[in-house]
Design a protein around this ligand. Structure first.
Ligand SMILES: Cc1cc2nc3c(=O)[nH]c(=O)nc-3n(C[C@H](O)[C@H](O)[C@H](O)COP(=O)(O)OP(=O)(O)OC[C@H]3O[C@@H](n4cnc5c(N)ncnc54)[C@H](O)[C@@H]3O)c2cc1C
Length: 465
């Protein structure tokens, strides 16, 4: 053990500092492709631990990377330059749940789903719902400004962050925002730290906004013969004045993967079985929430609209259980794509919604041109589509071509005034395309902001700023 690790143990206590090889390995990756081991892992249990570790790292110029649950998709918490990984997983207390004020005060290591459950038990709602909600931490969600299917109606994590306690890399502790639902005191510093991908400071406490939980929901599952018809239906639903809580689309390749997985099974498992698989090359999931009467009436209206627009299968779910069956099908998309045995490069591009039909056409052209398969599905309502490049890792050609395909995808998205990431962030995975996505001036401003909060440049080095 190096002298600096010994010093850290002295400052924080033996039980919070480890160089155990298994821990170093676990803290070397996230849900993306790269890995790099740190020299040491620190498990903070309170804000003071974070402040002490940060000022130690700044004083000794040691790289330090903050980690929530480590299920990010862009290598964000991977300690590319070694040094310290500061895990916040043990800071996992919900400190306060105040229904009268509509706020929750949480430590950063609380899992997203745990806060949702706790709020739900009191009749309240924390809407941000990344698919990883059973694993991801609220600190990680804040640092990546995580989204999910409900963003169409409820917005992203930023819209629920009222106040933050942040430890700067120098060890200084600041508080931004507060516990009111509106607050215009000074610059939007909460907005500065939300989405800053662990590059500007460490969130050690968050005051989050809670809203009343809708009484009921209804879901529709519809099949269309092709993606363009599905994309037209997305526009038609919104133009008719409906604002679903989720509006999800999926393409032919995704549905084929689900069918293949189920053709091996008799009737599927659990709630999911072959009978709820929609016909056609495109699937649309619509979720509505509100009062029991309103969602039922709206579901029937949308069902009629979808039929008019050429849907060949429509299933309306009006009970919690029936809605869950439809969501179980939606959750099956990712699993079925993984079950193909191909490497799934999951990109989370966002396009202006009117470009949805062009996106499907473009990905078809890419497939034809490069002989590689692409599966697209996602949050059609806000134009945030997961374009999954499916790579046969046994083929050197496919591995090489996948880079070309990604490059063409991102360049086209930028030309369409879309963004190369709607949810996951830039991290390390998209660093290559960062200079294409923003102007020189915006890159400079990012560097200047980083220089202010992290003058020694020790926090999460090697990423996009
Ligand atoms: C199966 C699966 C489904 C997913 N679905 C979605 C989805 O629907 N929507 C979506 O947005 N994302 C999704 N993701 C991506 C991922 O779950 C989110 O990015 C999530 O917010 C990461 O949280 P985490 O706790 O794992 O963060 P980590 O991976 O540990 O860290 C992510 C970044 O945040 C920084 N960070 C972590 N905690 C803090 C903190 N307290 N203060 C400052 N910086 C911090 C890290 O340094 C790193 O840069 C999915 C991932 C998986 C594996």
């Amino acid at each position: 053990v190096s002298p600096r690790v010994q010093k850290l143990k002295k400052i924080l206590g033996q039980s919070k500092v480890t160089t155990d090889p298994e821990s170093l390995k676990i803290h070397s990756t996230d849900a993306w492709l790269i890995a790099h081991e740190p020299e040491v892992v620190v498990f903070a249990t309170n804000t003071q631990d974070v402040a002490r570790t940060m000022s130690f790292a700044t004083r000794h110029r040691i790289p330090i990377t903050v980690r929530g649950s480590g299920v990010g998709y862009v290598g964000g918490c991977v300690p590319l330059k070694g040094g310290i990984v500061l895990s916040l997983a043990r800071m996992n207390r919900i400190k306060e749940l105040n229904i009268e004020d509509g706020v929750a005060v949480v430590e950063p290591g609380v899992l997203t789903g745990d806060l949702q459950d706790a709020a739900r038990a009191r009749g309240f709602f924390y809407p941000p719902d990344p698919a990883s909600l059973r694993e991801s931490s609220l600190g990680g969600n804040l640092a990546t400004n995580a989204g999910g299917p409900r963003c169409l109606k409820y917005g992203v994590t930023r819209h629920y962050a009222l106040g933050l306690e942040v430890v700067l890399p120098t060890g200084k502790i600041i508080r931004a925002g507060g516990r009111t639902h509106k607050n215009k005191t000074g610059f939007d510093l909460v907005g500065l730290f939300v989405g800053s991908e662990g590059l500007l400071g460490t969130i050690t406490e968050a005051t989050l906004r809670l809203i009343p939980h809708p009484q009921a929901r209804a879901c529709l599952s519809a099949g269309f013969t092709h993606e363009k018809a599905g994309a037209r239906a997305v526009q038609a639903i919104l133009k008719a004045g409906h604002l679903p809580s989720a509006l999800e689309i999926s393409d032919a390749f995704t549905l084929k993967a689900v069918r293949n997985r189920f053709s091996d099974r008799k009737g599927g498992t659990g709630a999911l079985n072959a009978t709820i698989l929609p016909k056609g090359d495109c699937h649309l999931l619509v979720e509505l929430d509100g009062t029991r009467q309103s969602v039922r009436a709206e579901a029937q209206t949308i069902s009629r609209l979808l039929r008019k627009l050429g849907a060949n299968t429509i299933r309306v779910a009006e009970t919690e259980e029936a809605c869950e069956e439809i969501w179980e099908l939606r959750r099956e998309f990712s699993r079925s794509l993984k079950a193909t045995g191909l490497l799934k490069l999951n990109e989370d591009i966002t396009i202006p919604r009117s470009k949805l039909p062009d996106l499907f056409e473009f990905t078809k052209d890419l497939q034809k041109k490069h002989g590689i398969q692409i599966a697209s599905f996602g949050h059609a309502g806000d134009g945030n589509i997961h374009v999954n490049i499916m790579v046969d890792t046994t083929s050197k050609r496919q591995m090489r071509i996948s880079e070309v395909v990604l490059d063409q995808l991102f360049r086209t998205i930028i030309r369409w005034k879309g963004s190369i990431t709607g949810e996951h962030g830039i991290g390390y995975a998209k660093k290559r395309w960062w200079p294409l996505a923003v102007s020189r001036e915006v890159m400079d401003l990012h560097s200047q902001l980083k220089g202010i909060t992290d003058p020694a440049g020790i926090l999460n080095p090697g990423k996009f700023v």
